[in-house]
Write a protein that binds this ligand. Structure first.
Ligand code: DC
Length: 198
């Protein structure tokens, strides 16, 4: 049976952590759709050709988590033809047998408006920048906090302001603000939201 959990929200709100925990808890497959855009952005050259030629191996490439690739991903994601080239793969993944969790920006609004559960995960820009800054430091990437905050805000503005599939909560999404929540509490709230629809 298909059962889709759509997780949307801005960068570093906790979508990935929550999505992975949900997938493990319920035995669902997980797709980080940001990786599709990151892989296209990282390839350089013509983004539409890159999107059309994308393979699952591209999603496992090294270096997709850098700040530069995040900005490149956000830029190519504003091109409607690039988004269109990535729709079918995501839709199929969403409706696969056995359940699926997808996280991104437009899963509940465009890719899978029929998702059984939609959760919009958010947090203040400052909290998100601090999490991202710590994550980067742990990977040995040193960047000033102010710069990380500026990049988070720049990406928010582009992802929310684009004409095609802008980031916004679906009307029927459960809102989950993780600014003041531990990871455990955020995951527990998401598990409750899924349980309520099962
Ligand atoms: O979730 P992420 O930070 O890995 O996403 C990188 C960029 O990709 C993000 O800034 C916007 C774009 N993106 C998108 O437009 N739609 C999605 N479903 C996922 C990501």
């Amino acid at each position: 049976m298909a059962f889709t959990v759509a997780i949307d929200g801005p960068a570093a709100a906790g979508k990935g952590t929550i999505s992975k925990a949900l997938a493990a808890h319920f035995g669902f497959a997980y797709l980080d759709t940001g990786l599709l855009y990151r892989a296209v952005g990282a390839k350089g050259g013509d983004p539409l050709a890159a999107a059309r030629a994308l393979t699952p191996e591209d999603l496992a490439a090294d270096g997709l988590r850098t700040p530069e690739v995040a900005q490149a991903a956000s830029r190519v994601a504003a091109i409607p033809a690039v988004r269109a080239a990535l729709v079918a793969f995501q839709k199929e993944f969403a409706r696969r047998e056995g359940g699926a969790v997808l996280d991104g920006r437009d899963i509940g609004t465009v890719i899978c408006p029929e998702a059984e559960v939609k959760i919009y995960v958010t947090a203040s820009a400052e909290v998100r920048a601090e999490r991202r800054w710590k994550e980067l430091s742990e990977k040995g990437i040193s960047q000033a906090f102010e710069e990380v905050l500026a990049e988070v805000k720049e990406r928010d503005a582009r992802d929310m302001g684009r004409a095609d599939a802008p980031l916004r909560p679906a009307e029927d999404a459960v809102m989950l603000d993780t600014s003041d929540l531990s990871i455990e509490a955020a995951v527990a709230a998401a598990v409750d939201a899924v349980e309520a629809k099962r």
